[in-house]
Design a protein around this ligand. Structure first.
Ligand code: G1P
Length: 289
């Protein structure tokens, strides 16, 4: 099983980050020196992905502009001898083959993924949610692809969350297969406390086979009146093998302010240029709190 295609659903309205996301897509908000979506694309590329389909909506054209060339700006940087800046700007346009499709109506994650069926063809593919940014030594999507290949199965990324938090996620019914890998036999989207299977939540990364499209084609709206990917996966794991990887790395939900700030601080502390300044600033600040 070789996985070279990925889908990034990025058609959400960003209502948890208003007013910042009124005219700027939430995926374009900067985490230190790059927009959120670039971290996701870089993870996909580092995991062996070559072709990426971003599912967007009509308010997100800043995203396709970002991954294009900017001749006027590049020319100016070249003439000014700003080679580092020029390289950074060119690199964004050359990261991967990026395609776009619009989700014309906001009908849920399952519906967004379904929009990718013609792009995917018959091959297995990865899904990386546009809000979920990972900090990991081994790219998280790559960890999932390795397990999907080993078990000839589809695969979801998971971590254990607190019992209070599981109602925000998809809760998995799992049994251990090996260290960090589980067999998945059921799941529930945003369960109420008595409905959860475990505190293992799906966290933003998937490797799926094309069978999911036939299932999503007749999946009824679920939680929140939207077509949920989880409802499709719940059926998929009953007809074909599915594993979950308790991935190594830290996941940030950049779709809300607290998660966005955590990610900003952690990525800034990892950035050689800014980290000495920030460390000093935080130390001094902490003394005044
Ligand atoms: C989505 C999925 C959910 C998953 C979560 C985190 O929910 O529907 O199953 O657990 O992402 O990746 P959302 O955060 O969009 O409400």
């Amino acid at each position: 099983m070789k996985v070279t295609k990925a889908i990034i659903p990025a058609a959400g309205l960003g209502t948890r980050m208003l007013p910042a996301t009124k005219t700027v897509p939430k995926e374009m908000l900067p985490l230190v020196d790059k927009p959120v979506i670039q971290y996701i694309i870089e993870e996909a590329v580092a995991s062996g992905i070559e072709d990426i389909l971003i599912v967007t909506n009509r308010a997100k054209s800043a995203m396709d502009d970002y991954f294009d060339y900017t001749p006027e700006l590049e020319d100016r940087l070249l003439r000014a001898g700003k080679t580092a800046e020029l390289e950074a700007v060119r690199r964004t346009a050359e990261l991967a083959n990026i395609f776009y499709v619009r989700q014309r109506e906001t009908k849920g994650l399952g519906h967004a993924v379904f929009r990718a069926r013609n792009f995917v063809g018959d091959e297995p593919f990865a899904v990386l949610l546009g809000d979920d940014v990972m900090m990991a030594d081994k790219p998280v999507t790559g960890q999932l692809i390795a397990a999907a290949e080993k078990y000839g199965a589809s695969c979801v990324g998971t971590q254990r969350v607190s019992p209070d938090a599981i109602s925000l996620y998809s809760s998995l019914k799992i049994e251990p297969l090996e260290e960090r890998v589980f067999r998945v036999s059921d799941m529930n989207e945003k369960p109420r406390p008595h409905e959860k299977f475990s505190d293992y939540a799906i966290l933003g990364r998937y490797v799926l086979t094309r069978e999911i499209f036939d299932i999503l084609a007749d999946t009824e709206p679920g939680h929140g009146g939207e077509i949920q990917l989880t409802d499709g996966l719940k059926r998929l794991c009953k007809v074909s093998p599915m594993v979950a990887v308790d991935f190594e790395g830290r996941r940030y939900d950049t779709g809300n302010l607290a998660g966005f700030l955590e990610a900003t601080i952690d990525f800034a502390l990892k950035n050689d240029e800014i980290s000495p300044f920030l460390t000093e600033f935080i130390r001094n600040k902490a003394k005044t709190l």
